[in-house]
Design a binder for this molecule. Structure first.
Ligand code: GDP
Length: 282
């Protein structure tokens, strides 16, 4: 398997650019993929933003397993970390974001109100790894298609404010950070959800992981798709190739079958899924 390296130089550049922009805002909207609430974050983000207030936005909730999304919401509530679950492709969910901001910045907003400031503005910036939906969210918040600038790690452009229909202004330049792809399991999960390119990992590694995961968490989907009984289902994909070829669902050699499996997962043909799980100790 190819291991992707983190480049400390690039990371530092992105970090400096983000920190420069942080000075302009009251709050950070950290966008993550609801299918990967942990793996789609940059583990250094909290260190980079320091004590700047933060709201986690779990986007693409339409693709995630709703039961597990609820568990993640509870997980972050227990930690008093505001979290909003959205599906930006279909709606902006501005009221939910505003409510979360109001709660997180209650002291500041109360101060504005107490001193009679009616037309206050809260300024925010989006942060997140590539492909989590930052541009889509910014477009929805703007209420029109805008050119989102700087949506690549380490790109500096002039920034403008997106004025939403309420008191929230958002920078049109999202902060982009890399996910932790030097962790093999994180890389596989990101690739399966389409966040990173196929070419970085072998389809066989991805298909093996997906098969084992679905056998553990979503066995009924495999049983139905591949006409298998619960007892026939084996978490080892190598032992299943013959059986699944017989269904014609996956045909060709092992590599072709693996590619078909990866494609099926990404297209949502294996149903909604969440690859990061809240564990019993969480
Ligand atoms: P960015 O790189 O973070 O700016 O991500 P984009 O906004 O470009 O989105 C990446 C891909 O995810 C695009 O194909 C979007 O259409 C898609 N996308 C964004 N938000 C959602 C969502 O809530 N649900 C689904 N299903 N797809 C989404």
């Amino acid at each position: 398997m190819t291991v992707i390296q983190w480049y400390p130089g690039h990371m530092n550049k992105a970090k400096n650019q983000i920190q420069a922009r942080l000075k302009l805002v009251d709050i950070v909207l950290e966008i993550r993929d609801a299918r990967l609430p942990q793996s789609s974050r940059n583990p250094l983000l909290d260190q980079i933003i320091g004590n700047k207030p933060k709201i986690i936005i779990l986007n693409k909730s339409d693709l995630a397993d709703p039961k597990i999304t609820q568990q993640w919401q509870a997980y972050y509530h227990r930690r008093q970390q505001p979290i909003v679950v959205i599906d930006a492709q279909h709606q902006a969910h501005l009221p939910m974001i505003l409510t979360a901001i109001q709660e997180r910045l209650a002291t500041k907003i109360t101060k504005y109100q107490a001193s009679g400031v009616k037309n206050y503005t809260i300024r925010a910036m989006c942060l997140g790894i590539p492909n989590v939906g930052k541009s889509t969210i910014l477009n929805k918040l703007a209420g029109k298609k805008i050119a989102v600038t700087g949506n690549r790690p380490g790109v500096t452009k002039n920034q403008n404010w997106i004025h939403t229909s309420h008191y929230l202004d958002v920078l049109d330049t999202p902060g982009v950070l890399w996910p932790k792809i030097d962790d093999q399991e994180v890389a596989i999960k990101l690739a399966l959800s389409g966040a990173i390119k196929d070419s970085l990992l072998s389809s066989l590694d991805l298909a093996n992981f997906a098969w084992g995961f679905w056998v553990q968490y979503y066995p009924q989907i495999l049983e139905a798709r591949y006409h298998l009984s619960a007892t026939e289902l084996n978490p080892n994909l190598n032992l299943m190739f013959e059986k699944i070829t017989a269904t014609n669902e996956a045909a060709g050699d092992i590599d072709q079958q693996a590619r078909q499996i990866v494609q099926a997962v990404r297209q949502g043909s294996w149903g909604r899924f969440t690859l990061d799980r809240v564990t019993a100790n969480d």
